[in-house]
Design a protein around this ligand. Structure first.
Ligand code: AMP
Ligand code: GLY
Length: 430
């Protein structure tokens, strides 16, 4: 089978690594990929990167035809929200990832909230507004001074920057004006004002083939740039799996109260969901979980610590999902713990430099994985930095302490100018 993976981040390098190990994979391409996928595809002789942007729907369809691709795995949310899965389907190419209509579970926060409300799924309650005066009045009526400050969100996709967690009521009102004032264009023409939840966050991912919901191991990511959850929000600075505060029995119960009702509701309303359904959960002190948001694709960096735990065939699993055969799928997981530490460019998530040589990639211990995110090959064929999040180093082990030790011992050997990483990933579990 000839496979194309759409995207160029750490998630897509991990997916490409997993698919490249599947016996059914005869050829593999990434659009556009990164230095990690270029090296992987060259070393395995399976294919290469294609110069097509991840959001270029006609370009990806044309590339799939030109390379006689049988199966396209769409990594990021933006092309799914733009209808890439629908366009591939119309062109007769099998795709992993939801239709545009089903992807609204991520691309419209208000649609997600309505769906959860209708399906009786526990979530952060809120309302949507296009009129600033109505939003301000709602905040004043619903969130008394001195109590918890609401969270303000752009309804649409805003490249991860559309969620504002204000420190004061004044900041909440200012966020409403900023977003409705056109901050993210059409994506913030509507805002959602919602109650603020507290507790521990967990990433709850399951494959859904329209009917059957199949869980993946739980994980936790770290969004803030600096140790102790300080500093600005990022795309994710590290991740571990599994969380100690949410066991497998709790996860089974959550599938019945969250993922299955949402999948059923989407099916009943004519938007059958096929792909990866990611629930971002807040778990309170009593262990009760509520949904903060849904994503319509694998979490990044979460999937980078999940795929190394998969003992069975990834390509077969993704195909079973896309073809509606999950009921008979029995993926095998190693049951290990995994910790991923992101190495970022100096200054990220603010301005940063690119083009710095990366050393130490060959000094990594066997069994430790390094997935590339923002990397490129320079004219001499050397790996250089090309983005904010550069690499993720994944350690595995029988427990989180061992996995963490392996991740950090290896992360410290990889260097580039300005490199920084958090030193407290998974520390709270020890
Ligand atoms: P993003 O990944 O950019 O959507 O960021 C969302 C992050 O904002 C979550 O991971 C939470 O840390 C925080 N957040 C979003 N909604 C809420 C909420 N209702 N209550 C508390 N924190 C929230
Ligand atoms: N790690 C969070 C996300 O993928 O949205």
């Amino acid at each position: 089978m000839r496979v194309l993976i759409v995207g160029g981040g750490g998630r897509e390098h991990a997916l490409a690594w997993g698919v490249s190990r599947s016996p059914g994979c005869d050829a593999l391409f990434c659009a556009p990929g990164n230095a990690g996928t270029a090296l992987l595809l060259r070393e395995t002789g399976l294919g290469g990167n294609l110069p097509v942007g991840a959001e270029d729907v006609p370009g990806v369809v044309a590339a799939a035809r030109a390379q006689a691709i049988d199966f396209v795995v769409v990594g990021p949310e933006a092309p799914l929200a733009a209808g890439m899965a629908d366009a591939l389907c119309a062109a007769g190419v099998l795709a992993f990832g939801p239709s545009r209509a089903a992807a609204e579970i991520e691309s419209s926060k208000w649609f997600a909230k309505r769906t959860m409300r209708e399906a009786g799924v526990p979530h952060a309650a809120g309302e949507s507004f296009a009129d600033p005066a109505a939003a301000h009045a709602f905040i004043v009526e619903t969130f008394p001074d001195g109590g918890p400050v609401p969270v303000i969100k752009a309804d649409g996709l805003a490249a991860g920057k559309g969620v504002i967690v204000p420190a004061s009521m004044a900041e909440a009102h200012a966020a409403v004006d900023d977003l409705l004032g056109g901050r993210f264009g059409a994506a913030s023409a509507t805002v959602v004002v919602e109650e603020r939840l507290t507790g521990m966050e967990a990433s709850a991912m399951a494959l859904v083939d329209g009917e059957t919901v199949l869980p993946l191991p739980l994980s936790c990511d770290y969004k803030r740039a600096l140790d102790g959850d300080r500093g600005p929000n990022t795309g994710g600075m590290g991740v571990y799996s599994p969380p100690g505060f949410l066991g497998s029995d709790a996860w089974s119960a959550l599938l019945d109260s969250i993922h299955r009702p949402v999948a059923r509701r989407l099916r009943e309303t004519g938007r059958p969901y096929r792909g990866l359904l990611y629930g971002g959960l807040m778990v309170d002190d009593a262990g009760a979980a509520r949904v903060i948001e849904f994503n319509c694709r694998f979490g990044d960096p979460e999937v980078q610590v999940l795929l190394p735990q998969l003992r069975s065939d990834l390509l077969a699993l993704l195909l079973a999902c896309a073809e509606g055969r999950l009921e008979s799928a029995r993926p095998e997981w190693s049951g290990e713990a995994a910790v991923g530490v992101v190495l970022a460019s100096g200054g990220y998530p603010g301005a940063y430099e690119t083009g710095h040589r990366i050393t130490g990639l060959d000094a990594v211990d066997p069994g430790v994985l390094v997935f590339h995110a923002g990397t490129a090959l320079d004219a001499a064929g050397e790996v250089v930095t090309g983005g904010g999040r550069v690499l993720i180093v994944v350690g595995l082990g029988p427990d989180l302490a061992t996995a963490r030790e392996r991740a950090y011992a290896n992360a410290s050997r990889i260097e580039f100018e300005g490199r920084h990483y958090r030193t407290d990933i998974a520390a709270r579990e020890l």
